[in-house]
Ligand binder design. Structure first.
Ligand code: FAD
Length: 325
């Protein structure tokens, strides 16, 4: 039976601090403690969570976590939930969090609202979550009727609370990982991590305007000078296999300060992934391309001419700012 309070979890500490920011707001209305969970091979981060608003931290030290297993995280989080009986459970919407949240909800026989960008409690004690639907072109409000309410929250939606010197309870737990139901048969290193895209401040992205894989060098040069991550549209990753991760409705949702779209037409599926970008700059040779409708700055022209010129100009201006004489 759900009791009181809010519990938050993300394996990404920065995101967990953001969940605590929202969690504090909800507990102010709902009453009960604000608890957080840490799961890892070491007991680390609990003090930081308390400084940012947690009243209690369940810190799980799990042996044999060198290989990621969703069942281990599920067991630890479920155990914390059972001990604490929170009314609301907020899980960070990372790749792992999206695997974890429905498993937790299913084990608790409750619902799961995903990708909430706003959350509030109503008078009847239900949790209202707002989420984007139809590729980001509409906003739906859902009401979770059954407690505990489980919701996932994307990065950088809510602000972390200001840290302060405060006291809280740290409950240190140790556990053996449960017997895995699936085994990993092979591990391969990715050239680029998708997680890097989600937290990137600057992204330069390629579309089908690039004719050959080797031409992505032009984008890599620009990325280097800007300190940017590289993204792309789905055809470049899923069809051509030139890059691993794509951006959009079926790929990563990104929120950079600057997004530079190169040779991208701007379909609704792609735009759904960049709607939270602060400044969008597009390079496209078709002045009627839809991407310009979603851009703050548009450059009409051939990326094969513009990208080298842009990289060169940025390098020059960087050199000047380092050496003002
Ligand atoms: C269920 C489903 C889910 C999907 N999910 C996603 C998703 O998550 N993300 C995603 O991106 N797509 C997704 N798609 C695919 C999507 O519909 C489009 O096919 C895709 O976004 C188009 O990619 P693009 O802009 O690179 O290519 P195109 O639409 O072919 O556009 C290429 C652009 O490059 C320009 N161009 C060409 N040459 C040059 C040049 N030399 N210099 C400058 N500009 C040039 C052209 O004018 C054109 O505008 C999905 C599709 C489906 C059906």
């Amino acid at each position: 039976m759900p009791g009181m309070g809010v519990m938050v979890y993300s394996e990404d500490m920065d995101l967990e601090l953001q969940l605590l920011g929202k969690g504090r707001e909800l507990t102010d209305k709902l009453g009960g403690p604000l608890s957080a969970v840490v799961i890892g091979p070491e007991q680390r981060g609990a003090d930081e969570l308390i400084r940012h608003g947690a009243d209690k931290v369940y810190s799980y030290k799990v042996s044999g976590l060198d290989l990621y297993s969703i069942e281990t995280y599920r067991s630890a989080l479920l155990e914390a939930v059972k001990r604490e009986s929170p009314q609301v459970i907020l899980i960070g919407s990372t790749k792992r969090g999206r695997e974890l949240a429905p498993r937790i909800a299913s084990a608790l026989r409750t619902g799961c609202m995903t990708e909430c960008i706003e959350l509030e409690v109503d008078e009847g004690g239900g949790l209202l979550g707002r989420r984007l639907v139809y590729g980001g072109s509409a906003l739906a409000t859902e009401r979770s009727q059954k407690k505990p309410h489980v919701a996932t929250i994307p990065p950088r939606v809510f602000k972390r609370a200001e840290p302060s010197e405060r006291k809280g309870e740290i409950i240190e737990m140790e556990m053996e990982p449960p017997r895995p139901r699936a085994v990993i048969v092979e591990r391969r290193k990715k050239t680029r991590e998708g997680g890097a895209l989600e937290s990137a401040r600057v992204i330069v992205a390629a579309g089908r305007g690039f004719k050959r894989k080797e031409d992505l060098r032009l984008l890599e040069d620009l990325a280097e000078v800007l300190g940017a991550e590289i993204g792309c549209t789905r055809p470049l990753a899923a069809d051509s296999g030139w890059l691993n991760e794509w951006i959009g409705i079926s790929g990563h949702k990104v929120r950079p300060r600057l997004y530079i779209a190169c040779g991208i037409s701007g379909t609704v599926q792609h735009l759904a992934g960049i709607r939270d970008a602060q400044v969008v700059v597009s390079i496209n040779k078709d002045e009627g391309a839809n991407i310009f409708q979603a851009s703050d700055y548009g450059i009409v022209g051939d990326l094969y001419t513009i990208l080298p010129a842009l990289t060169k100009a940025l390098r020059r201006s960087k050199g000047k700012s380092r050496n003002p004489s």
